[in-house]
Design a protein around this ligand. Structure first.
Ligand code: BYC
Ligand code: FE
Ligand code: FE
Length: 469
């Protein structure tokens, strides 16, 4: 690995001058985007960040102070697997592709562009959060997530430049032109146009939306297109930290809520300047249901095509499944028909989005159980939970229908009557917004947030993670 290079990489970029020049032309536009749309402050400060410098398991991460615009955004593919085979679909067992198969070119480009689009979108969504960080530790974590999402954009842009010629380069430009929430040029997927105005939303996003990232990347790691598989396998190692930020972030809000409840004569966390468990539950309901939409339709011919052509597998395709063709068998799906929930048999290949969603739901359940353990240990009688997957959906079979938290069909009037019980309303948002005041003294935490269990990279919690210059 050559960190001194303009674009650090383990893909022998210097051996391919055309590609190197094309990426070096894209780089200034990327930096311009970062300065325009990335963190709104702290760009001139020294931030204690980890940078990927190699892909081997021990010590790929290098920690040091760096100014964000000077971050070394590199191109890293996981080591090639010897004699790798296409893991699923009609070409199962044939040698994995090192070049784009012509007949799947458009599908593949679309998957890569969609994946790539989410990365800068999340940075844009989180742009203003640094102005109200609840601690120096958290502010540093936000920036770590942001620079790594920037690197994930580089990962997809590399594939577009290296394998898709002129239209790949055009797509790479457009990835810098769309903007989260923009009326004329929005980001591609729904959740990536939602505002993230406060830190509770940020923790929910990194818990639930980055976890969609994890599962999409797991599915793409099973791609027969080997460069995509290798790229996403390395991205997954970074993704783990993003979900750590989310899960422990929400966990710390929960912990603080419990502490403040016990200090208050009426067990009222808000009265003590905290965030109450009911509000936390409503934010869970919103961000979880929105993130469920990111898996696409329950019954999807796109998903069937992706699987059939070996472009996208299931999570842990090789390890967890025996039948990698999925030509036979059905998935039993509960669908609302004439106001009744009925079970329908869906051919397996058409149910691939739902199968991936199942794995995602289970993973979230484990996280919520850990939050409930915090509440129990505090001696408080309360249980957080995930709403049913049909609740509040905007995409797929359940969109435009109304369900309660348990997934029972209800009328629109019934839903509207409960809306502010179930989802964050204006009053919740105003309350949370009011709590968002910057706390940047070393080691200090905002009133509504418990301290983390430990610091970053074995440093103490009150380490100087950010040096203002
Ligand atoms: N919003 O057959 P359908 C991450 C579109 S997150 C808007 O049901 P399909 C990250 C769909 O495109 C991971 N549009 O769905 C996290 C299609 O359009 P067309 C990102 C949507 O295609 C945090 C139509 O509806 N990676 O990395 O099977 C921070 C019908 O589609 C949505 C990927 O998504 C939506 N929610 O599946 C940073 C992987 N859902 O064809 C980063 C690549 C569906 O009618 N993407 N549509 O014009 C894919 O594999 C697929 O595009 C999807 C959709 C799974 C997203
Ligand atoms: Fe990412
Ligand atoms: Fe992420």
């Amino acid at each position: 690995m050559q960190l001194f290079e303009k674009i650090p990489n383990n893909v022998n970029l210097s051996q391919n001058r055309r590609l190197q020049r094309a990426l070096e032309r894209w780089q200034p536009n990327y930096i311009k985007w970062w300065k325009d749309a990335g963190p709104a402050d702290f760009q001139a400060d020294d931030i204690y960040l980890r940078t990927a410098i190699s892909v081997d398991s021990k010590g790929w991460a290098n920690f040091d102070y760096v100014k964000m615009p000077d971050y070394k955004w590199g191109i890293f593919l996981a080591e090639p697997e010897q004699d790798r085979r296409i893991p699923c679909g009609d070409d199962y067992g044939k040698p994995a592709w090192q070049e784009v198969p012509g007949e799947f070119r458009n599908h593949l480009r679309r998957i890569i562009v969609t994946q790539g689009d989410t990365e800068p979108a999340s940075v844009e969504q989180q742009r203003l959060l640094c102005a109200c960080a609840p601690s120096m530790y958290d502010c540093r974590n936000l920036f770590q997530v942001n620079v790594e999402e920037g690197r994930h954009l580089w990962a997809m842009v590399y594939l577009l430049h290296a394998h898709f010629g002129r239209d790949g380069r055009e797509e790479a430009e457009e990835l810098l032109e769309r903007r989260s929430g923009d009326f004329d040029k929005p980001r591609i997927l729904t959740t990536f146009n939602e505002p993230i105005d406060d830190w509770l939303s940020f923790f929910m996003f990194t818990m639930f939306t980055d976890r969609d990232g994890k599962y999409q990347l797991l599915a793409l790691a099973e791609s027969g297109f080997d460069p995509l598989s290798r790229t996403t396998r390395f991205m997954l190692t970074e993704e783990a930290h993003h979900m750590f930020v989310g899960e422990t972030g929400v966990g710390r809000v929960v912990k603080r809520a419990c502490e403040l409840m016990k200090e208050d004569p009426n067990e009222d966390a808000r009265a003590q300047g905290g965030i109450d468990l009911d509000t936390i539950q409503r934010y869970i309901n919103f961000w979880y249901s929105s993130s469920l939409d990111l898996f696409g339709g329950e019954i999807s011919s796109n998903a069937a095509d992706y699987f059939a052509s070996g472009l996208k597998g299931r999570a842990h395709e090789a390890k967890k499944f025996d039948d990698h063709l999925a030509m036979e068998g059905v998935y039993n799906m509960e669908i609302l028909e004439d106001e009744q929930l009925v079970t329908k048999e869906v051919p397996l290949r058409n149910a691939m989005n739902e199968i991936l969603r199942d794995a995602y739901v289970d993973d979230n359940e484990r996280g919520v159980a850990r939050w409930n353990k915090i509440i129990k240990e505090a001696g408080i009688d309360y249980t957080l939970s995930l709403p049913n997957r049909r609740f509040n959906r905007k995409m797929g079979l359940h969109a435009g229908r109304h369900f309660d938290l348990a997934g029972n069909p209800i009328t629109e009037e019934q839903f509207n009557a409960m809306r502010n019980e179930w989802l964050p309303g204006d009053a919740d948002k105003a309350y949370i917004k009011n709590l968002m005041k910057p706390v940047l003294e070393r080691g200090k935490m905002a009133q509504w947030l418990a301290a983390p269990a430990r610091g970053i990279n074995h440093k103490p919690i009150d380490f100087e993670y950010i040096r203002r210059t």
